[in-house]
Design a protein around this ligand. Sequence first.
Ligand code: PTJ
Length: 265
Amino acid sequence: MTVQRIPRSHPRYRSLLVRADLAEKMAAGLVVPEGLMAHGRGEAFDYLLGEKTTPEAARAERAAAARLLLARRPALSVNGNVAALAAREVAALSKDLPRLTVEVNLFHRTPERARRVADTLRRAGVRRVLGERPTARLRGLASDRAWVDAQGILRADVVVVPLEDGDRAEALVRAGKFVIAIDLNPLSRTSRRAQLPIVDELTRALHNLGRGVRHMRDWPRPQILAVAHSVQAPELLGGYLRRIRVRLDRLAAPPSQPGPPRRGD
Ligand code: PTJ
């Protein structure tokens, strides 16, 4: 169904809209077919998490914003899905944090797709986009995801990797980067390898990162440092899984029965 034909009254209007938009962007060659599967997996986890930012994700996003403010060379990696779903949010974050390098990084790389992703970002307002003609490779990675820009991800100290695959997250950690993942699946290798796993929907996460950056940017450094160190990956991952378990337990519980009459009732 095209975006225009989705009835606004549908209870899952937003979700249908995003799907139709992604399908159109796949036809236009921005998103790969595998990207639609990745999106479906993300949606499934979003259901389990209640389709809102959990308190654990909010803490992770605040800490990530602090890390970005403290970074000397922060970078954000953008693939086809990220450009399709959140080009505007990427542009907004790059305005909130002008030092942030925005770099195209594709698993299914062709020069045309790299250009399409970069054009999408520029149209949304990102001033400088790297990665169209990458100049270096990350060590220990066989896929095209290894291609990076020597001025961008290669020299970055903090890298945000949304909707990433586990191999590259691992390679980035091995290369000494501080890796902030955005991935709705708390069980993915990316979430489990990142030093700071944000398990939240991409547009919500980017929005909250921008808000955190704006909120803390004039704070004294020790205060920002305290926020940056306020969460640990194992504790966050446990928290996300517990959040899902508690939610499922609650949903699975039989409707409460009126109890036996108590004395005095
Ligand atoms: O554009 P390319 O060629 O670089 O390819 C991009 C995809 C996404 C196809 C590629 O990176 C891929 O195959 O990714 P994976 O390994 O499927 O991982 C994507 C992860 O992102 C999955 O764990 C999903 O749960 C998660 N995800 C999907 N949509 C969202 C999401 N996380 C947050 N927000 C979303 N909207």
